[in-house]
Ligand binder design. Structure first.
Ligand code: TXD
Length: 306
């Protein structure tokens, strides 16, 4: 393949992302995990599916970062889940240490790469990666908004009984309980959602979107969502490698846009071959802007604990 992507963390999100990239022949893939030969085993298993599915992407797995050298894009899903008795701050400290180590190893071998962060707490891990890599914001950003927006799109399509393809949505802000679903910029065949649904139904969709991750956790009992998250990562990687310039909500380091500075928050970003091409500034009402600022303040609070 013309491109190479590394995915660190061969767990649920990581391995499913690798599978999606390889099956679409988007790139060759290196998959790294700290757990012994696990990544090697999953990579071999996927390669053995290639003759049946007919893809020629190469997948290499292991725990040695040498296999990642020269990657165009690196996706970081490595991390620990929150265990019983573990506070959010404990998790922050643990995943910060993992992210520091992983990003250091990656940029040593792929100095020109684009980093897509996935590990939670997402916006804080983006900041850790930015500090360790020293990259400009074009090359270090996070996946959350595409997932949150996909959830919202699905809920809207199901509510109205229309194709998911006709629904676009934008969820901005931090990847947490205070994320900001924007009904005014959510459209069905171009028609804004407030013209199609009453406030109560929109509120219900917004609330289900905010709690979307928790809903899946509650059903799975073990672990968290990965089919939709990996699809969201795939869309971002594809827009970058194919230079599609899709406008996707991503966690980007803001420099004054939306009145926010020096903080990562989900905003619409144009993604192309160089990474974030441009942060798009949608006009917001005072209420929407206030919600976005509240959400960004939550993220800043986490930054202070880093
Ligand atoms: O919207 C979003 N950004 C998210 C984020 C959506 C879904 C999942 N989200 C977060 O991604 C989740 O809260 C976790 O922080 C990550 C990964 O989720 P996943 O469900 O894939 O977790 P797993 O299955 O536990 O996989 C994590 C893997 C596991 O195989 C570990 O062995 C590995 O990470 N790991 C490491 N790999 C390399 N190096 C180090 N240091 C390391 N530590 C753990």
């Amino acid at each position: 393949m013309d491109h190479k992507v590394t995915v660190v963390g061969a767990g649920h999100v990581g391995a499913t992302t690798v599978q999606r990239i390889a099956e679409a022949e988007l790139a060759d893939v290196a998959m790294v995990d700290i757990m012994g030969d696990m990544a090697k085993g999953k990579a071999l298993d996927m390669m053995e599916s290639a003759p049946v599915l007919g893809f020629d992407s190469k997948i290499e797995g292991g725990s040695d970062y040498e296999i990642t050298a020269g990657s165009d894009v690196c996706v970081v899903t490595a991390g620990l889940p929150r265990k019983p008795g573990m506070s959010r701050d404990d998790l922050l400290a643990k995943n910060k240490a993992i992210t520091q180590e992983v990003v250091g190893e990656l940029v040593k071998r792929s100095p020109d790469t684009i980093l897509i962060m996935v590990t939670n707490p997402l916006d804080a891990m983006c900041e850790v990666a930015r500090r360790v890599s020293g990259f400009g914001r074009e090359r270090v950003f996070g996946m959350a908004g595409v997932l949150d927006s996909a959830r919202m799109r699905y809920f809207v399509a199901a509510e109205l009984g229309v194709s998911v393809k006709d629904v676009t949505a934008f969820v901005l802000g931090g990847h947490g309980d205070s994320m900001v679903p924007l009904a005014r910029y959510t459209t069905v065949a171009g028609v804004p959602l407030p013209e199609l649904l009453d406030d109560d139904r929109i509120d219900a969709i917004n609330s289900r979107t905010r709690k979307g991750g928790g809903e899946i956790v509650g059903l799975l009992k073990q672990g968290s969502a990965y089919y939709a998250p990996s699809a969201a990562v795939f869309e971002m990687v594809a827009s970058i490698l194919r230079n599609k310039k899709q406008i996707l909500p991503c966690s980007v380091y803001l420099k004054g846009e939306y009145g926010l500075e020096n903080v990562f928050a989900g905003v619409p970003a144009k993604l192309g071959r160089k990474g974030v091409d441009k942060v798009m500034e949608f006009e917001l009402t005072n209420a929407e802007r206030k919600e976005l600022h509240t959400s960004a303040a939550d993220v800043k609070e986490l930054f202070e604990k880093l």
